[in-house]
Design a protein around this ligand. Sequence first.
Ligand code: HAM
Length: 421
Amino acid sequence: MTKQIQSVRGMHDILPEQSSPWWRAERVAREALVSYGYREIRAPIVERTELFARSIGEVTDIVEKEMYTFEDRSGDSLTLRPEATAGCVRAGIEHGLFHNQQQRMWYSGPMFRHERPQKGRYRQFYQFGAEAFGIATPDIDAEMILMTHRIWRTLGLDNVELEINTLGTSEARAAYRGRLVEYLSDHEGRLDEESKRRLQSNPLRVLDSKNADMREVIAAAPSLLDHLDSDSQDHFEQLKSRLDDASIRYRINTRLVRGLDYYTRTVFEWITDDLGAQNAICGGGRYDDLVTQLGGRPTPAIGFSAGLERLLALMALKQGSDESGYADVYLVMVSGAAERCGQQLAEDLRHQHPRLRLVVNCGGGSFKSQLRRADKSGARLALILGEDEIAANTVTIKQLRTDESQLTIRQSELAAHLTAA
Ligand code: HAM
């Protein structure tokens, strides 16, 4: 037998029977984002490698070890996007979207990271997210959080918690970094190899370490909050008051530094304890320096991205699996003449009921096997066209989910009947 080809490790098929909750989550997110005035941006999935190295940071897990990077046939180094923020910034600069104007944009689609696959962590995964440009005030920070909160609420997810922190300006962080390196160097013997390496290159990430042996050293480290510039402090206070006004509960996590280097000031994550180790469903923050770092004019910015697989896993815990089926009505036809007449009848019905999910039996089959397919489709009604019905211009309606007896009506009355049903 010819060898079968399997999907790539960490990359999964979303099969037809699994896709309806995806639609639901994506629809809820899209409608919420649009209702706040965000417009969709569709940037390419492939970008120049340099874009990610310069934005996410050379000394981050993503850039050091997780990118799908390849040389194309022209010898350019390209990378499958590990996230979408850098692409939004590149596109905004390239198309002049940031000059003296505010921009609110959203996106959704696949991202790629060569991480070790496990439950909730994949090599191709889907995110939706939003980015706002040109607004420096904390009202937009609050808007990001209000928007995400609204999406969780609409999806019925309640066991999610908000963590917030502020990283200050890059100047304040540089001063803090000096203090932190001093402290960590004094305790170097208690750091693991990765943290020793990061001590000089990216010491803030040491605080993010999940290594339980380092918990004490990390807990006693100097806190960035004590080294904040007063503007950032004030910005953070204002954000907190806005969250309080909106009755959104949050926890200040001074160790929250996030895995990407572009952040300044506000950072946040929505986490849950329902999903095990991969507990972050959404992360984001402000990145006021990134547009200039990538060659644009100074433009304050903030955004978030949410992981769809993790949201869907939470939705499944809440609602159980979705077994509603893919059809409302299934058309069964029991002769060649009925098949031709049936397809036309179905087109007329579709014209009058554009949202009706009407499946026309294709590929023939006995009456019994067609009814079996109708049952499997989840349809509530089977429409039956046999020789008698064709001769009399009628159609028989069979209830598939109740014991109600079947009913034969004129074909011309069918559309109205379905409206009433
Ligand atoms: P991130 O924290 O790297 O941020 O990713 C955001 C979310 O994507 C995570 O909270 C998680 O739900 C999901 N996620 C990340 N990696 C994986 C994976 N390997 N498998 C499954 N889900 C995953 C960003 O991507 C930033 N672009 C967020 C942002 C937007 N900051 C500002 N604007």
